[in-house]
Design a protein around this ligand. Structure first.
Ligand code: AVJ
Length: 324
């Protein structure tokens, strides 16, 4: 295929993806209650804001998980041997993955899958320079939809699927089970999954993590509306919505919302969306599990927990899973 034809088909695919995105957005905004999927957070600015969240003093998740991985992953990775294929759905800037890549025996390959093309490509380029012995295979895809893994040229002797960051917590129970089952299939019969899961703890600590003093999480949440304005021609007034992130005990989750501060009408894609004063758009759920709840979840996906790594205070867990 000529480079020209490749460029044309890429543009068409991108236009198509944009239509589908708008359909999903409109379905959420016309639902009762209104919602948007958290994957929509990650445009270029959203991805940068998320990286800033990871540096916040209140947001213990990234720091804790990174410390756990730094302590436990090197010997674990070395033991896996050469010919490993590492697969990461939702890789973002691949910052934590470097801990694994540093300890990986080569030759090996790394498949990074992310919805944000700019973030993915920047990460893939940096990794190619830093790890010349590892075949880096970027895939721009929404991992909640079917996607294809490139073969590459490095034969895979074994597979490890890496799903850090407690991203699993963004999904409702049924979705989380389906996602874990999808990752079990990616790993194959003898493969392993390494899944980061935030643990249940004091609501005070949890609410602080999602309501930081500097307001970065609020900017991250509100950026979703800014994105709808410039990417889809919507006319959200960003001063007429506020960030809310309460702990909901019965559901064992933090819920992120954007709450309308007045009665108002917003337009997007030729559709009128009415808001009552105090009405919310539910933008994200962050489910928190205890160890027993998480292993029950894994079991429903056909997976056994074969090891759990945590910090001393048991704030965060990294779970090693294998097909039952
Ligand atoms: C990317 C899903 C791990 O749930 O903590 C951070 C996203 N949202 N602050 C999380 C997030 C608000 C984050 N995950």
């Amino acid at each position: 295929m000529s480079p020209n034809r490749a460029a044309v088909s890429f543009t068409r695919a991108a236009a198509h993806a944009g239509d589908r995105l708008l359909d999903e957005i409109l379905a959420g905004l016309t639902a009762q209650p209104k919602f948007l999927y958290p994957k929509f957070f990650y445009d270029e600015r959203g991805s940068i804001l998320f990286d800033a969240i990871c540096e916040l003093p209140e947001y213990y998740l990234t720091r804790t998980e990174t410390a756990i991985l730094s302590e436990r992953a090197p010997s674990f990775m070395r033991a896996l041997g050469p010919g490993l294929r590492l697969i990461e759905p939702g890789s973002g800037s691949s910052a934590k993955t470097r801990i694994l890549l540093d300890a990986m025996q080569t030759p090996a390959s790394y498949v990074c899958v992310d919805i944000s093309r700019s973030h993915l490509m920047a990460a893939a380029q940096a990794l190619t320079a830093r790890y010349p012995q590892v075949e880096i295979l970027p895939v721009c895809a929404d991992f909640t939809q079917p996607f294809e893994i490139p073969e590459g040229t490095t034969p895979a002797q074994s597979r490890l699927v890496f799903f850090p960051g407690s991203t699993i917590g963004n999904f409702d129970r049924d979705e989380a089970v389906a996602l874990l089952a999808m990752m079990r299939d990616l790993a194959g019969m003898d493969g392993r999954l390494l899944v980061g899961a935030d643990l249940r703890k004091s609501p005070r600590i949890l609410e602080a993590a999602y309501n930081d003093a500097a307001g970065v999480t609020a900017s991250f949440n509100l950026n979703l509306l800014a994105r709808l304005n410039h990417e889809f021609g919507a006319d959200f007034d960003l001063d007429a919505f506020v960030h809310r992130a309460p702990w909901v005990e019965e559901e064992s989750r933090i819920e992120m919302h954007l709450v309308s501060t007045r009665r108002q009408t917003v337009h997007i894609g030729g559709t009128e969306i009415g808001f009552e004063d105090g009405e919310s758009i539910w933008t994200e759920s962050c489910h928190k599990y205890d160890r027993v709840q998480f292993s029950a979840l894994a079991r429903e996906a056909g997976l056994d927990v074969i090891d759990v790594w945590t910090d001393r205070e048991e704030r965060f867990s990294v779970q090693l899973l294998a097909t039952i």
